[in-house]
Design a protein around this ligand. Structure first.
Ligand code: GLU
Length: 425
């Protein structure tokens, strides 16, 4: 990381996002002034969150929010509750949100936030206390026209409801448009929970269509069984008739060459909190999952799982990056050499369905006029289609990998806005 101003973000995930950006900036031949303006986050906020535990003790958690750029509108991005959360990781995720929002034409800069904790180790009351305290600390830095939070790994509709309530109590009236991904009962939108997975499935269908592979004859492996992984697996299995032969979550990994009953896996996960003990498939080593022979591989969990160690061993036709940052830059170079074998749907497009429907939720909240689920799905697919087509077109014309093409479109839009406006945003 050569730029000393970025030292506070020193972290493997931030190094990954920076390296991706450097490769792109070299390709676009951006000069050093412009690079510095594009990469450096505009604002970073770090807070301590003291919370009373159920046993009477007090734990001080650490929370962060990074707002990457302000050139296109307010910032937008999820809040992550995970033990691995660090300022650098959040900054990397905020940068990816910027390219994602610009690629899909949303009027936002990227943001991301997080609290370093394991949500499964907290009681509901403790989780509520952390969520409210986090929003409380963020009040001076967020707002419906400043920075809008949404869900991410480890957070859900209930956490968004606590955020919204805490902000609204401070303002003295309901401000639903301060967060997205909240329950429909308080101004959430229909279709938000399923949005990311639905988008992933749509884009996989588009990729298979281009490869002339009928979905119902294909097999899939899905890593991660949270909101994104489970909705994707369900969609692939029941909408597309695909045989999902491998699934996993943080607790365990499973393989069944005949196809896993995803409904049963979903029920098991709901009942037990995770997939451990699921008996509809054989247990396998989590590392083996990604290199199983399949048509569609969906990493839908954490960053950095496809590395220089396993990239050459992938046996899929389509790599659908439902997680943020699942592929390291070293792995990316290997995948580029394999571009004729593996069709990559890069993360900033693949998982964009979530923030696109968050944008719809925000717009509906601002105008107090709501759309139904069919309207939401239609509008979602239209935006994804536009971004997918633009990515394919540029990739073909310039003979560059999909990730580079998608990032180039996003980065150039941010750059154009910065150039038009001046130095502030
Ligand atoms: N966490 C999601 C993402 O990484 C979406 C965040 C949002 O809806 O604001 O894209």
């Amino acid at each position: 990381m050569p730029d000393p101003t970025l030292q506070i973000y020193a972290d493997p995930t931030f190094a990954m996002a920076s390296e991706q950006f450097r490769v792109l900036a070299d390709y676009l031949n951006l000069d050093s002034n412009i690079r510095a303006r594009l990469i450096a986050p505009k604002r970073a906020i770090a807070v301590t969150l003291p919370v009373h535990r159920d046993d009477g003790s007090i734990t001080v958690f650490e929370g962060y929010r990074v707002q990457h750029h302000l050139a296109l509108g307010p910032t937008k991005g999820g809040t992550r509750f995970h033990p691995g959360v660090s300022l650098g990781e959040v900054a990397a995720l905020a940068m990816w949100m910027s390219w994602k929002c610009a690629l899909t034409g949303l009027p936002y800069g990227g943001a991301k936030g997080g609290v370093t904790l394991n949500p499964t180790e907290l009681s509901r009351r403790e989780l509520e206390a952390v969520s409210r305290r986090y929003m409380q600390e963020m009040i001076p830095f967020v707002g419906p026209h400043v920075d809008i939070m949404g869900p991410d790994m480890g957070t859900n509709e209930q956490v968004m409801a606590w955020f919204m309530d805490t902000y609204s109590v401070y303002r003295g009236f309901a401000v639903p448009e301060i967060v997205t991904g909240k329950p429909v009962s308080i101004g959430g939108t229909s279709g938000r929970r399923e949005a990311t997975g639905r988008g992933v499935v749509y884009l996989i269908e588009r990729a298979l269509n281009m490869l002339k592979l009928p979905p119902h004859q294909c097999t899939a492996v899905v890593q991660g069984f949270g909101n994104v992984g489970s909705v994707t697996a369900l969609g692939l299995a029941y909408r597309d008739g695909m045989k999902v032969i491998g699934i996993s979550d943080a607790s365990s990994a499973f393989y069944n060459e005949k196809g896993i009953d995803i409904d049963a896996a979903e029920k098991h996960a709901l009942e037990h909190g995770n997939l451990a003990g699921f008996d509809g498939a054989d247990s396998i080593n989590a590392n083996e999952l990604l290199t199983l022979k399949c048509d569609v591989l969906v990493p839908a969990a954490v960053e950095g799982v496809i590395t220089e160690r396993n990239a050459a061993k992938l046996q899929c036709r389509v790599l659908a990056e439902a997680a943020n940052g699942p592929t390291t830059p070293d792995a990316d170079r290997i995948l580029f050499d394999r571009w004729e074998e593996i069709f990559v749907i890069p993360d900033i497009l693949c998982n964009a369905g979530g923030v696109i429907v968050s944008y719809f939720e925000w717009v509906q909240g601002l105008q107090n006029f709501f759309w139904n689920e069919t309207e939401i799905a239609d509008k979602l697919f239209r935006i994804l289609e536009q971004a997918f087509t633009a990515m394919i077109k540029r990739s073909r014309e310039a003979k560059i990998p999909h990730r580079m093409s998608a990032m180039a479109i996003g980065v150039e839009r941010v750059l154009a806005a910065k150039k038009s406006r001046g130095l502030f945003p």
